[in-house]
Design a protein around this ligand. Structure first.
Ligand SMILES: *[C@@H]1O[C@H](CO)[C@@H](O)[C@H](O)[C@H]1NC(C)=O
Ligand SMILES: *[C@@H]1O[C@H](CO)[C@@H](O)[C@H](O)[C@H]1NC(C)=O
Length: 138
């Protein structure tokens, strides 16, 4: 008799399930830390938390961090051959005359620190990696 209220009930249940699926707790989120440090000047280290999605690239995680944390900002430039690379972090840019740049390092959960052989556009962090953005000289 009152099929429209039944329809509405079904609609409500389906929407609720879809909403729960979309916001199910962090099933596809792999936490990482970002450590910003400076080898050139004496400035305090800063650590931030964000996450990557499954097989997500570091560049996406850095953009997510920038959107969610007013204390973190970065810029990158697009190299024709090598893709995006870090230009500035928190307002400090690499400088050809001073021979400074932002180096990308990764500290894995076993404590090893490695320098990825790819840039921020290709590097795929693992859960609980510490991404180290280190301002240094070349
Ligand atoms: C920043 O962190 C690095 C690595 O943990 C450490 O070696 C360095 O001493 C720290 N620098 C400062 C200024 O705290
Ligand atoms: C971490 O470093 C140690 C010592 O250099 C090495 O034996 C080990 O294989 C490294 N682990 C990974 C996952 O690379």
């Amino acid at each position: 008799r009152n099929s429209s209220s039944l329809d509405y009930l079904c609609y409500t249940i389906i929407c609720t399930l879809l909403t729960l699926a979309a916001f199910s707790p962090a099933s596809n989120q792999y936490p990482i830390n970002v450590l910003v440090m400076n080898n050139v000047q004496q400035t305090p280290n800063k650590t931030y938390s964000t996450y990557v999605v499954y097989r997500g690239i570091l560049l996406g995680a850095l953009k997510r961090l920038q959107d969610s944390d007013a204390d973190f900002e970065f810029t990158y430039t697009e190299d024709f051959n090598y893709g995006p690379y870090l230009h500035s972090v928190n307002g400090l840019a690499g400088n050809n005359i001073a021979q400074t740049y932002w180096e990308l390092l990764v500290k894995t959960t076993d404590g090893n620190i490695t320098r990825p052989d790819v840039g921020i556009g290709c590097y795929i962090p693992n859960a609980n990696d510490q991404i180290i953005l280190r301002y240094t000289t070349w």
